[in-house]
Structures are given as structure tokens and as C-alpha cells.
Design a protein around this ligand. Structure first.
Ligand code: IPD
Ligand code: CA
Length: 268
């Protein structure tokens, strides 16, 4: 697909993300929470309903595509297909449950293992982030270009990998080092929005020691297309088909993440 075709597809994906965001905003206060992999890993009926809605909206756009979503709905994801939607119906589920108004819909489209389109919509701020590979990144239609900012003047976004207790000590050791080396730390509760905040220049960099593909598929492309750098924590490429560590930043700040990982003996 060429850039024009991908751009046309991206605007249809945006429309689906906007409608999914309206479902998030319309959720009742009582969200009847249950847990998945452990006591910190929450899910509500809205996560599942929005994923089902997105599956119904997105697959007709590309009937040959597979669909990998965060919530297990009992279907085969067909991740081996050339086209693959990678979807987080609500990124920031804990924020959603607690009423923090800091969650989003995240939709990536991979083509033969490379991200081609990324859409992240935050309905609480009405912010639509979009990227098309080779075509740049946009926030509500305006081009995003990451401003350069030295680590000592930059905010660092920390993802706590809440579902992986074995990563807690190294995560906080890295955060401690980065606190000394940078301006200050933030923890938002949504990996996709963290990546978009890096793309928008609100933060200089973001790291998390383990994420799933639906957390970073769309946001990673948005950072890259805005002029940032996205790798794993050793500087290697991200693996879109599996869980992996993520380091994203402007070109000046990204090396500070790799250095902190090295200094703390992070090994994956
Ligand atoms: C989580 C959020 C959180 C990050 C976790 C993710 P979820 O996604 O993005 O910020 O720290 O690693 O799993 O569970 O809210 O969709
Ligand atoms: Ca998520």
C-alpha cells in the first residue's frame, strides 16, 4: 500500500477509534471489575465490549487482516497474516476503573511485520494521534515534530510493569538514576499515551521494562514518525509479535534510557 492508501485507511481507523472513545466516555460509574493474570491486572466489561466493537469496525476495512487484541475473546488472532490489526481497546484500564480520565484507544496496523499505521485516541482530552509509515505523525491533524531537549531539562515517563513483580526492583533502580540525571519523573498509567507524550515533546523519554504489542504498536510508530527513537532497552529493534522492553525518546534523551538500563544491569 502506498502512503495515500495508508492515509485513507488511517482516517477510517480514526473514525472507529473516536466511536470507541465515546463508548469509554459513556461508561457507567459501576464498572464491575475482574482480574486477569494477577491481582493488579484488571478488566471490565467495557474492555471486552470495545474490543468486540473495534473488531467489527476494523476487519471490514481489510478483510484479509488478522486481529490481535488485548482481551481474549476466544477467536484465533491469525497473527501469521500479512496484515494485522494490533488493538488495545482501553489502554490505561486501571485509570479507567479509578476515574482518572487518562486512558485511550490504541490501534496499530502492521504489514508483514512492520507497523504501517498507528492511531491513539484519548477521548478525555479529545486528542487524536495518528501516524502513517513514511508520512509523518499528527496530533488532531497538525504535524508533530519532536523538539530536541537535553536529558537534564526533560521529563522522564516511567512505566512500572505492574503485572511483572520480578521487574520492580530494576524499574525503580532505573527511575532513581534517571531522577538524578533528568528534570523529574511522571507515571501516567497508559503506555500508549506515554509514547504519544514523547511524540508531542511533553516528555523527553519513556521506558517500561516489559510491554505487550498492543501497548506500543501504535504509539511506537507515532514516536518514530514524529522524529523520535524507539528500541528495546538494549537498543535493539522492538518485536511486534511478543512482549518486550520499550525505550522511546527524543534523539538526545533516548541514550540516557539505555545507559540507565546498563547501569542497573537490566537484562530483559
Ligand atoms: C497497561 C498500561 C500501563 C502500563 C502497563 C500496561 P492496560 O495497559 O499501559 O501504563 O504500565 O504495562 O499493561 O493493562 O491498562 O491496558
Ligand atoms: Ca494496555
Amino acid at each position: 500500500m502506498n502512503i495515500e492508501e495508508l492515509t485513507a485507511l488511517a482516517s477510517q481507523i480514526e473514525a472507529a477509534a473516536r466511536d470507541a472513545g465515546a463508548m469509554m466516555l459513556g461508561a457507567e460509574a459501576d464498572k464491575s471489575v475482574s482480574t486477569k493474570s494477577g491481582r493488579k491486572d484488571l478488566v471490565t466489561r467495557y474492555d471486552k465490549e470495545i474490543q468486540r466493537f473495534l473488531e467489527e469496525r476494523l476487519l471490514p476495512l481489510l478483510p484479509e487482516a488478522g486481529f490481535l487484541g488485548e482481551e481474549a475473546l476466544g477467536h484465533d488472532a491469525h497473527t501469521e497474516r500479512d496484515f494485522l490489526f494490533i488493538v488495545d481497546p482501553i489502554d490505561g484500564t486501571t485509570n479507567f476503573v479509578k476515574g482518572c480520565n487518562q486512558s485511550c484507544v490504541s490501534i496499530g496496523l502492521g504489514i508483514r511485520g512492520e507497523m504501517a499505521v498507528g492511531v491513539v485516541f484519548n477521548p478525555y482530552r479529545d486528542e487524536m494521534f495518528t501516524a502513517v509509515r513514511g508520512g509523518g505523525a499528527l496530533l488532531n491533524g497538525a504535524p508533530l515534530r519532536i523538539p530536541d531537549c537535553a536529558p537534564e531539562d526533560a521529563l522522564v515517563l516511567v512505566g512500572s510493569s505492574p503485572y511483572y513483580r520480578e521487574l520492580t526492583d530494576v524499574t525503580f533502580a532505573m527511575a532513581r538514576l534517571l531522577f538524578d540525571r533528568c528534570l523529574d519523573l511522571r507515571r501516567s498509567g497508559s503506555a500508549a499515551l506515554d509514547l504519544c507524550d514523547v511524540a508531542a515533546g511533553r516528555a523527553g523519554c519513556y521506558f517500561e521494562c516489559r510491554l505487550s504489542p498492543w501497548d506500543f504498536a501504535a504509539g511506537g510508530l507515532i514516536v518514530r514518525e514524529a522524529g523520535g527513537v524507539v528500541t528495546d532497552l538494549t537498543g535493539g529493534p522492538l518485536a511486534f509479535a511478543q512482549k518486550c522492553p520499550v525505550a522511546a525518546g527524543n534523539p538526545q534523551c533516548h541514550p540516557a534510557l539505555l545507559q540507565a538500563a546498563k547501569d542497573c544491569g537490566f537484562s530483559g
